[in-house]
Each structure stands twice: as structure tokens, then as C-alpha cells.
Design a protein around this ligand. Structure first.
Ligand code: FMN
Length: 189
């Protein structure tokens, strides 16, 4: 079966020179090497105010949910802030969860994180996994932690550090396999 697998990439940092953007770009290249179509979904183009319950639902929230729901996979690439996820990402998750959960239920989700030091964002990835799972998302258990960002990439931007590089292959193999399994199940019904 030749299902074209479409994967969205969301980065939790909008910073110029972000190492998570660097990881996002490397993962997009890797996804395409696996035969998938990779698309960056820039959260800077979906600005949302800090959530509180009296605010009207932003149009950007609706647009983001509808767009993400069209993908087979969504990969979150996030910095770790104080052992947790950054407010940008939490705000987007909270806003979108108040509108519609189609984007959590439809695609399978992957998680990655890049840090300057050796710890590779394990604390924030665990928290993102918990939140997404609680919202009903199917989250691939393999997480692409990438520590020591300064030496993790080649001069062409490819992810070369181990075990991060193997983890990236495992993640995309799993997203593609699950997408094909879901398509086969839908065809058989
Ligand atoms: C508020 C704040 C908290 C941080 N907390 C952590 C942390 O808990 N663990 C960690 O590895 N790095 C932490 N860092 C360092 C970030 O990993 C580093 O700034 C990284 O470059 C941010 O990602 P970005 O380059 O994609 O923006 C923190 C940075 C900030 C600004």
C-alpha cells in the first residue's frame, strides 16, 4: 500500500536561532527521507492571547485545529523550561482543547526536544506526553531527545548525534506504520 503520509511539525520556540527549530528542520528532512511529506506549522502565524475563560475563542485557534486535523502525524519539537513545557505550547494546547479535539484524535503524535546541555528535554517530553494522552491523542512512545545541541547536527543541518538519530528513525517508522494500519482498517470497514 502506498499511503502518502503527511506530517506536521510544531515548534515550541519562536526564537531566532532556536535549537529546537534546528531540530525541527533536521526532523523534517529525516521524515522526507522516510518518504513522508513534512510541513512546518509555524505557531507564530497562529498567535493566541494567554488563555482565560472570558476571552472569545480566537480565529487562529479554529484555523490551527482544522489545519492540524488534516495531517496523519503531528510532531511537537519543544524546548524545556524549568523541567516543563514552554507557555507558548501549553497555551496552544489549552486553547485548542476548548474548541475541538479533532486534531488530537486524528493524527498520531510524536514528541522531540533539544537542549544545550546533556539532559535532552526528558522532563518536558514526559509532560507533553501526559497532556496529549490525557486529551485522547495516540502518542508514539519513542521520543527524540537531543542533548548537547552544539554538536548534534552536521554542517548541513542533519541530525547526526546518537542515540537521537536512531530515535528519529524509530519515530518516523512508527508514525508511518500506524498511519498505514489506520488506513487499512478504514478501508476494511
Ligand atoms: C525560562 C527558561 C527555563 C529553562 N529551563 C530549562 C530546563 O529545565 N532544562 C533545560 O535543559 N534547559 C532549560 N532552559 C534552557 C533552554 O534549554 C535553552 O534556552 C534552549 O536554547 C531553549 O530552546 P530554543 O533555543 O529552541 O529557544 C531554560 C531556558 C529558559 C529561558
Amino acid at each position: 500500500m502506498s499511503t502518502n503520509v503527511k506530517i506536521a511539525f510544531l515548534c515550541g520556540s519562536l526564537r531566532d536561532g532556536s535549537i529546537n527549530r534546528q531540530l525541527e528542520s533536521a526532523l523534517m528532512m529525516r521524515a522526507e527521507e522516510h518518504g513522508a511529506t513534512a510541513e512546518r506549522v509555524d505557531l507564530g502565524e497562529y498567535e493566541m492571547p494567554l488563555y482565560h475563560g472570558d476571552l472569545e475563542l480566537p480565529e487562529t485557534t479554529k484555523a490551527l485545529v482544522k489545519h492540524l486535523a488534516t495531517f496523519d502525524g503531528v510532531v511537537v519539537v519543544s524546548p524545556e523550561y524549568n523541567g516543563s513545557l514552554p507557555p507558548l505550547l501549553k497555551n496552544v494546547i489549552d486553547w485548542t482543547s476548548t474548541f475541538d479535539r479533532a486534531h488530537f484524535f486524528g493524527p498520531v503524535w510524536g514528541i522531540a526536544s533539544c537542549t544545550p546541555g546533556p539532559m535532552s528535554g526528558i522532563m518536558c517530553m514526559r509532560q507533553i506526553q501526559y497532556i496529549l494522552t490525557r486529551l485522547g491523542a495516540e502518542v508514539i512512545p519513542v521520543q527524540v531527545g537531543c542533548g548537547n545541541a552544539g554538536s548534534a547536527f552536521s554542517e548541513h543541518g542533519a541530525l547526526v548525534a546518537q542515540p537521537s538519530s536512531d530515535l528519529a528513525d524509530n519515530l518516523f517508522n512508527a508514525i508511518i506504520r500506524r498511519t498505514r494500519e489506520k488506513a487499512a482498517l478504514a478501508d476494511s470497514q
